[in-house]
Unconditional design. Sequence first.
Lengths: 197, 294
Amino acid sequence: MAEHRLSTPILEKQIRKIRVGDIIYLSGIVFTARDEAHHRALKLAKEGGQLPIDVEGLAMYHCGPIAQKIDGEWKILSAGPTTSSRMELFEDDFLKHFAVRVIIGKGGMGSKTTAAMKKFGAVYGAFTGGAGAFAANSIIEVKGVEWLDLGMPEAIWVFRVEDFGPMIVAIDSYGKNLYQDLMERVKRKVIRIKRNL
Amino acid sequence: MMFMNKASLTQVVEETTIKLLWLASFDLPQGVEKALRDALNHEDDPIARSQLSVILKNIDIARKKRVPICQDTGIPMIHVILGEDFPLKAILPNILREAVRKATISIPLRPNAVHPFTRKNTSDNSGIHLPYLEWEIKHGDSLEILVIPKGFGSENMSQLGMLTPGEGLNGVKSFVLDCVVNAGGRPCPPTIIGVGVGLGVDGVMKLARRAAIRPLPLRNEDPFIASLETQLLKLVNETGIGPMGLGGKTTSLAVNIEIGHTHTGGLPVGVVFQCWAARMAEATVESDGKVKIA
């Protein structure tokens, strides 16, 4: 269980040093994207369009924050991760078009994302679900917000973070998926439990 | 008992509801927090311990800074227990809706309510049938309001099973275990699992909801159901899913079961997942305008 301190922009060779079970802390630029932002980003990519920000080497956060505008400036009150598995629909395609290096979320992702992370060089960092106030403590600044027409949770928020973590690396760039391995063990265990009911 | 005039009482109900939405956003019931602390003492896996430590730190930060404990402040569900002689009745849905709108901006809460097809956000957490209200009538002239901000990480994992009578008790246990395995780490474990058994399709989900919001560590009054709760919790925790689905001994803090009689030809089972951030707040408003926050 190695610990890594990453700063954006993150390079592929840094990602290849990280393994499942490691812990990461991240500093630099993180942008949020949930279901609707993924949907729009991929539509744009297919039409040859550009995202409103250059995401290469950045971390993408499955998160819909609570933001409040105070004296003309956005402040983040609470910003924990949302359930990543909803983005399984889009993520391999997203990684094909956009070179993000870390995806932050909770609850894990599936085989398609795991394969794409291996191919393109990215890792999945599991941040503790529900820990919105704790996460907001590491968000130093809101650099901007895009696609606010999608609503506050679904917009793309661009944060500058410092020592954002701890995140448990649950999918690495070698095809290892901590959640899937665990769930295989869980399923075998539950077969035994049911037999003894 | 002196009755307050309706206009003033309307204001008291609205202000109380806003306050409850505020309290529920940053504070957890004591029983839940205690169960999480006990879970940390019980775990020895470093990853499970790290998840529970962050959860407990988060609870402290949210309470100190009075900011939402989780960014998913949910969709508003409000249980109303209305005294038959409380002066405000039919107007209550309007008052509660107004309170939700105002609270969304003043606290602020995350605006989560969208149209199911256009996905357009209403920006104030109100909408068609929102806030969702659940009603009970009681004797007396007071009004009880229970506010439940329900996040959707856990709500999305909830399930209905129309079992057959032949599947029986073991069928119910298997169904609950299947729901837990299907949910994995997604409903933000350690969860509280509300199980309803009986009635029909809508009734059984209401029983499950009622079970999910039962304060910890209360057991069902029926000793048979209470022992089933304990047994199921043990089985659920044997799965090893653990905090946040990253492995460990604590997949759930409690399994609560509520039952109702059902049709001789059926065995409905409802399972409602509640994430560890099991927020709720409750108050009683008297007809004279006195408010007691539980």
